[in-house]
Design a protein around this ligand. Structure first.
Ligand SMILES: Nc1ncnc2c1ncn2[C@@H]1O[C@H](COP(=O)(O)OP(=O)(O)O)[C@@H](O)[C@H]1O
Ligand SMILES: [Mg+2]
Length: 211
């Protein structure tokens, strides 16, 4: 089982959006996927409850599922959505269980400030320093024409971690959140641009976890 932790202490960065869409992408590839929601607000869990029955199955993994129960689920992937403000021992614990970290970052000075401190902290982790735990940054809600997108780009490029995807600011994500689906389950005419934007991200994940 590969565990992907989606995390950034800033609320609204796009953690739940990234986690739910990624879980659905994997499920659509006939993978057995669990979604674990560490956030008390339970947005990912609510999304899962709204998920139409006929769509590829994603298994809900509760916050305190023990190792044995988890093993019993025989998942190929566990996608973990985390709360804003995750820090200290809880953050360390979530990171310890992960094979890969995804950090969504939105284009604003507030997001950049919080993310800068967070990445500095993450960079100190032994597994990250030794290159054993890949960390991928995802620019989220990007409108390439804006100055804030450019500023985010510059910040992320200098961060020392790879920027693995840019996701646009699109109502499709908002509608998917409401309907328990992902952009991969929208008609091509509505989401082709999003599929294209996700490709570098899913390819990067496959490459990191191959060896
Ligand atoms: N790329 C995007 N385009 C449009 N809306 C987005 C996008 N990403 C997130 N959102 C919306 O922004 C809000 C915050 O995103 P969310 O994923 O809940 O962030 P977090 O889990 O980090 O707090 C949600 O209403 C979500 O639907
Ligand atoms: Mg969330």
């Amino acid at each position: 089982m590969h565990t992907i932790l989606v995390t950034n202490p800033k609320g609204g960065a796009g953690k739940t959006t990234l986690a739910t869409n990624l879980a659905a992408w994997l499920a659509g590839r006939r993978q057995k996927v669990g979604l674990q929601d560490l956030d008390r607000q339970q947005s990912a869990t609510q999304w899962l409850k709204r998920r139409p029955e006929l769509f590829p199955t994603i298994t809900r993994v509760t916050r305190d599922e023990d190792r044995n129960a988890l093993r019993g689920l025989e998942l190929d992937w566990l996608v973990v959505d985390s709360p804003a403000g995750l820090h200290g021992e809880e953050l360390r614990d979530a990171v310890r269980r992960a094979d890969l970290l995804l950090v969504p970052v939105a284009p604003s000075a507030f997001d950049i400030d919080v993310t800068r401190d967070f990445l500095a902290l993450i960079a100190e982790y032994k597994a990250v320093r030794k290159g054993e735990l890949p960390v991928g940054l995802v620019g989220n809600r990007i409108d390439a024409r804006t100055l804030s997108a450019q500023e985010l780009e510059e910040f992320l490029a200098a961060s020392g971690f790879p920027l693995v995807a840019h996701l646009r600011d699109a109502q499709a994500y908002v509608h998917c959140a409401r309907d328990g689906i992902s952009v991969f389950e929208l008609p091509r005419s509505r989401a082709e641009q999003d599929w294209d934007q996700w490709r570098p991200l899913t390819r990067w994940i496959s490459r990191q976890l191959k060896h």
